[in-house]
Each structure stands twice: as C-alpha cells, then as structure tokens.
Design a protein around this ligand. Structure first.
Ligand SMILES: NC(=O)c1ccc[n+]([C@@H]2O[C@H](COP(=O)([O-])OP(=O)(O)OC[C@H]3O[C@@H](n4cnc5c(N)ncnc54)[C@H](OP(=O)(O)O)[C@@H]3O)[C@@H](O)[C@H]2O)c1
Length: 207
C-alpha cells in the first residue's frame, strides 16, 4: 500500500507484513517485488488496487486519463510481469486480478474506468492461456457495486454541458436502493478466498 501507517486492521493480524508500494511507479514495483522475493516464496498475487475516474470525456485532462490507465491497467500488468519468473521457476502460482462489472456493462461518465477494467479482464484471459503450461493460473474477480470508498476516493472530472446528466447518473450509484443490493467487502473477500483456494477444474491448456 502507498501509506502503510494509515492501515490499522491488517496490523492487528498475525503474520502480516505491510510493504509500501505505489503501483503507478514501475521502478518501485520492480524494486519492492524483487526485494520481497529474495527472502520469501509467493503462492498468490492479488492485484486489487485501483480507483475510479468519473466524469465526461470532454472534461477529462490528459493527466487524469494517463493516470487512470497507469494505475488500473498498467499497474496490475507490471506487478504480474515481475512475479512471472518466480512462479515459472516454482512451476505454479496464481494471479487474481480485480476488474469490475464496468468491464462488461457500459455506463456513461465511467468510460476510461470501464476501458481500464475491460483491458485488464481481457489481458488476464490471454495471460491465463500464455502461462497455463507452466502451472500458473490467472483469475479475475468481477465485482458489482460494493460498499467501499471507491466513490468518495474517485477522481472527478466535470464539464458544464454534462453536469445535470452526470449528477443524475452518479446519484444512482449512491442512492438508498443501490445500497440494499451492494456487496460488502466481506462478500468480495469470500469470493477472493474461494478463488485463491479452489483448484481450477476446467481450463484450456495450449501446447
Ligand atoms: N467498490 C466498488 O463498487 C467496486 C466495483 C467493482 C470493482 N471495484 C474494484 O475493487 C478494487 C478495490 O477498490 P475498492 O472498491 O475497495 O475502493 P477503495 O476503498 O477506494 O480502495 C482502493 C484501494 O486501492 C489502493 N490504491 C489506489 N491506487 C493505488 C496505487 N497507485 N498504488 C497502490 N494502491 C493504490 C487504495 O490505496 P490508498 O489507501 O493509498 O488510496 C485503496 O486501498 C479496485 O480495483 C476497484 O476498481 C470496486
């Protein structure tokens, strides 16, 4: 995580080591993962970090655009890339990547987020085929709306002609109706745990 001091729940658990890492920084990824692997074996890599860029395309700056793709798409790709030789040498390992229903169902004002998640979903599928013969699997978790800080942490863009429509759309993600069906972090954690501990019973292995 970017700020290891901020997190307190994990610190209360035994056998948890927190490492500082910003996945938008390629050199940091390389450095942190290589140092970690020099002393530890890894079985599962869970690429979960990400954020939402919300707003009309007309109001999104190039910096916001690049930052969204760098974190949500290139971040997990780069983290995975550094772990691949470790998994290949030990003839096994699992990557779990968090994508989103936004990868499958389009919504206005989340276009770049959707593109980042759809890219990650499809890339993960391809990597599962590429790495399968080395005993390495790649799975994705595709959450629907969940009660986390995603919306409050969102990077928001705006453009006057879209304001009314955008507020209407975004309010549907926070309204009382949606909260009754939204997942909790515990729901998602159960699925991640199952993905991490259930062997793949069907898959395609290309040789
Ligand atoms: N909530 C939903 O409705 C929903 C639905 C579908 C998919 N998802 C996906 O679920 C994943 C988790 O998000 P969440 O809902 O739990 O939102 P969240 O509460 O905002 O948590 C996002 C986490 O990602 C971390 N992060 C963001 N950018 C990072 C970076 N550059 N380097 C390292 N860590 C970074 C944040 O760390 P900091 O504390 O440092 O900011 C935070 O811990 C994301 O990939 C999100 O896209 C969420």
């Amino acid at each position: 995580m970017r700020d290891t001091e901020k997190e307190t729940e994990l610190s209360a658990l035994p056998n948890v080591v927190k490492l500082k890492l910003d996945i938008s920084e390629p050199l940091q990824i390389q450095d942190v993962v290589e140092k970690f692997l020099s002393g530890e074996q890894v079985d599962v890599v869970f690429n979960n970090a990400g954020y939402l860029l919300a707003g009309p395309m007309e109001g999104i700056t190039d910096e916001q655009l690049v930052s969204q793709i760098t974190t949500n798409l290139l971040g997990p790709i780069r983290v995975t890339q550094v772990f691949i030789p470790h998994f290949r040498e030990k003839k096994g390992g699992l990557f779990i990547n968090t994508t989103s229903m936004s990868a499958l169902i389009a919504s206005p004002f989340m276009s770049v987020y959707s593109a980042s998640k759809a890219g990650l979903e499809h890339w993960s599928f391809a990597m599962n085929l590429e790495l399968g013969k080395f005993g390495i699997r790649v799975k994705t978790i595709i959450p629907g709306i969940s009660k986390t800080n995603l919306l409050s942490n969102a990077d928001k863009a705006s453009s006057v002609p879209y304001t009314e429509f955008m507020n209407k759309v975004l309010s549907t993600f926070t309204g009382p109706e949606i909260l009754t069906i939204a997942f909790t972090p515990e729901d998602i954690a159960k699925v991640v745990f199952e993905a991490a501990t259930t062997p793949v019973v069907a898959g395609i292995l290309l040789d």
